[in-house]
Design a protein around this ligand. Sequence first.
Ligand SMILES: *Cc1c(COP(=O)(O)O)cnc(C)c1O
Length: 391
Amino acid sequence: MSNQTTKVDPVMSTYSRFPITLSKGKGSYVWDDHEVKYLDYTSGLATCNLGHVPDVVYEQVKSQLNNLWHCSNLYHIPAQEKLAEKLVENSCGDQVFFCNSGAEANEAAIKLARKYAADHHGEHKKEIITFTNSFHGRTLATLSATGQAKIQHGFTPLLEGFRYLAYNDVEALKLVQPTTCAVMLELVQGEGGVVPADKEWLNQLVSICQANDILIIVDEIQTGMGRTGALFAYQQYEIEPDIITVAKGLGSGVPIGAMLAKEYVAKSFSPGTHGSTFGGNPVAATAGLATLTHLVESTVLDNAKEMSSYLMGGLAKLVEKYDDIEAVRGKGLMIGMVVKGNAIDYIHAAREKQILIVVAGPNVVRILPPLTTTKEEVDHFLVIMDQVFSA
Ligand SMILES: *Cc1c(COP(=O)(O)O)cnc(C)c1O
């Protein structure tokens, strides 16, 4: 039916886009196509953790572009092997599988958990528990894992084998069963409203899992790569997941995802069980290696922690000053402001004052500064937010 008179947007409308076009970025700033400069406290949705176009990554990717772009995983890829080694050195994982996105990393985790269960237990132990308000991705398996009806709406039949329990609810933990093969969770729920896991609850969950041979999958797609002030959020909770998924911040904006697993679990993947054409290709792996190397060798994580307390301190003052702000929560530079009314209204008001932030659900303003942000930038951000809430 092509009788429309108005031109149809050639891009499918799966996102409601803001009315600006970004054409350049450097550090904490982006510029639109009219050269208007914005302070980007979205970091491309927790992806550009080292700021936009970081020199340390740019130089490495540029030289890789001169050599080899792609060769498939049928051959050894040095940058991929070094990146795997560095991820393993800096986490409790032993082996890494590379893919291209967060959803794919979680798909790999779901497959690995099921395969491990099949190898060690059999069909009676196949259930995966996830939590209400979680977000694990948009593919059929990962939206089935996601504990939010609005994300699943219209896409039934969902993948079988998932059960959702209330997050941070000690009572609900009684419903974990010996027939469960894995639990999958975010340690700070991102899309679900920037909700950190309660430490006591998490410890109880971990002991139930250990007692029942249930794998713990931590989805660090948003919390990983320094976002919460440690390289991985699980390190702050002092637990050891069996499987960890990462993506967003791993390549500084070059698409790459990864699933890390303990060796005893990873063994269930053998040649032919899983794969990805592009996963960990030379360009993406080079971006990942440069990003991770900088995160572990520079002082950027210290800066993230310092800027987190400075920003949280400033936001606490705004909570006291304005009734429209109910609370501030989060970890490191993954921060949510719970507001009265619609969070999106504040996001639009901030954008008009050249600050970019995003929502996390209907009533939470999500603030995701680059880990490299400065005190001056935080000061400027707080001045503008004060103006936004006073209006
Ligand atoms: C963004 C996100 C995903 C999905 O990542 P994509 O790269 O968009 O597929 C999964 N889990 C969490 C916690 C996320 O924040």
